[in-house]
Write a protein that binds this ligand. Structure first.
Ligand code: GTP
Ligand code: MG
Length: 177
């Protein structure tokens, strides 16, 4: 059959937001891990859509590992940024990390995030939790409307059931073709 186009994807966001759970859910069911543990450093994963083969750098969101992210910026052709919609206390930390990402001066210009028009998919994850904020509210708290130089999209998601993931990945695929 037709060879799928390979795309390098960075999966970023704070620890416990659900990055690994989401990436795991995007794999075929027979390839999914049963137990998800906090990521140490990062992990390289793969999943397919109808036309793309994604290689994912699933980064740890723990504070002590977040300085690793920038070393992979130059690899990224697309970004998934995951937010725990129920973690109101750390929304400001998520916002700061996003701002750092978007303004990173980068020693790899024009390959850094700041100078490339790469698509960013936000998952407002954990939508099942009673205290979860809506995707509109998360978008406001992160000031996503200020992102003018990159295509972006936000979806409410449930990493455990997979709800919302397909909508997001469909959008990402459309941006890349
Ligand atoms: P780090 O690797 O430490 O950066 O964390 P992570 O962002 O990869 O989070 P991980 O996927 O390990 O998930 C953290 C916890 O959130 C786990 O207990 C998951 O089961 C849980 N979780 C993930 N997605 C959801 C969701 O949509 N709803 C609920 N209720 N829990 C979720
Ligand atoms: Mg993880």
């Amino acid at each position: 059959g037709l060879k799928k186009k390979e795309v390098h994807l960075l999966c970023l966001g704070l620890d416990n937001s659900g990055k690994t759970t989401i990436i795991n859910k995007l794999k075929p069911s027979n390839a999914q891990a049963q137990d998800i543990v906090p990521t140490i450093g990062f992990s390289v994963e793969k999943f397919k859509t109808s036309s793309l083969l994604f290689t994912v750098f699933d980064m740890s969101g723990q504070g002590r590992y977040r300085n690793l992210w920038e070393h992979y910026y130059k690899e990224g052709q697309a970004i998934i940024f995951v937010i725990d919609s129920s973690d109101k206390l750390r929304m400001i930390v998520a916002k700061e990390e996003l701002e750092t990402l978007l303004s990173h001066p980068g020693s790899f210009m024009p390959l850094d995030i700041k100078h490339r028009r790469i698509p960013i998919l936000f998952f407002a994850n954990k939508m099942d939790l009673r205290e979860a904020l809506s995707s509109v509210k998360v978008s406001q708290l992160l000031s996503l409307e200020n992102i003018k130089d990159k295509p972006w999209h936000i979806c409410a998601s449930n990493g455990i059931t997979g709800e919302g993931l397909q909508e997001g990945v469909d959008w990402l695929q459309d941006q890349i073709q």
